[in-house]
Write a protein that binds this ligand. Sequence first.
Ligand SMILES: Nc1ncnc2c1ncn2[C@@H]1O[C@H](COP(=O)(O)OP(=O)(O)O)[C@@H](O)[C@H]1O
Ligand SMILES: [Mg+2]
Length: 328
Amino acid sequence: MKAALLKRLFSAVQSGASRDVMSVCKHIVEDERRLGHTSLAEDLQRSIDAAEKKLGNLKKDVSSSHLVSLPSSKRDSAPLVQVLEHEKLRHHMVLSQEVEQRFIRIGKEYAARARLATYGLRARKRILFYGPPGCGKSLGAERLAWSVGLPLYKVRFDTLISSFFGETALNLWRVFDAVQQKPCALFLDECDTIARSRGENNDVGEVSRVVNMLLQLLEDYHADGLVIAATNNYEALDKAIYRRFDEALEMPKPGTHEIARMLKRTLLSLDVEKEVSLDLFSESLDGLSYCEVERIAQNAAKCCVMSNRTIISLSDLQVASQEVKRHS
Ligand SMILES: Nc1ncnc2c1ncn2[C@@H]1O[C@H](COP(=O)(O)OP(=O)(O)O)[C@@H](O)[C@H]1O
Ligand SMILES: [Mg+2]
């Protein structure tokens, strides 16, 4: 083989450019054929054909996947959303009947959106979750997307918010523009990060620019999906933003009935001492969040397993509860 060809081959390999490698390989095949090494040339050609076929399939996969249409920032091409595929979404929750009914109504309206549209009615598509931390706002967004069969596109505020003037609003526009292309549930978790009241911040110009953009984008949102936003800080939200949502759904702390269901659900894989009433114990946990109740149950279960027992005692639960309450 010619030295020049060899050098080209190795430099193409080094640069990782598969197209260059391929072109050098084709030259090699031609050379071998010219030299009369027909069977070797045929063998090598078969390898090239197989590689080209694989490359073609790969290109098809990439262009048909959502990766191509994912929004990214213009400056550094950083992804502006994190995609949670439908089948990976968590959807088991404990909810009060009232909240459960509101979830169901959103799901039903979404399913009937075309029928509603024929009467000039709009299904509830812009949903705001609000309430204290640890009460299922983020989990609720997953459940809602799951229940209507959509993937969840979670906005990444770490890449969306830019220190360059005007770029945060532009990034927000890019996100909303991209989600019109594929049905999905767009999720703005802790949306007060960008939707806080105009005028209360020293960075007034940029804040109102972003809030105005969000107002406009919510107003113009007619895509075949959902926009879900969540906040712990309802008061800090710009009031105009709040009015743009079709439904503001409060996710409150659990009542004793929900606490008991949460405990039973988390302790399912172990037995609890017969004398212990989880319903009674739930009353002592009134005021805690779902997340804290879940942690108490998990810690009690772990304590039991780690001391080689299979039956949870009242003391396991009480110790776990005191520990979590101390930190709440
Ligand atoms: N209603 C609920 N049902 C079941 N688990 C819940 C519920 N709410 C919260 N959790 C548990 O607490 C964790 C934190 O909840 P999360 O949805 O992140 O709260 P928030 O977004 O309101 O701060 C969840 O991952 C889940 O394990
Ligand atoms: Mg959350």
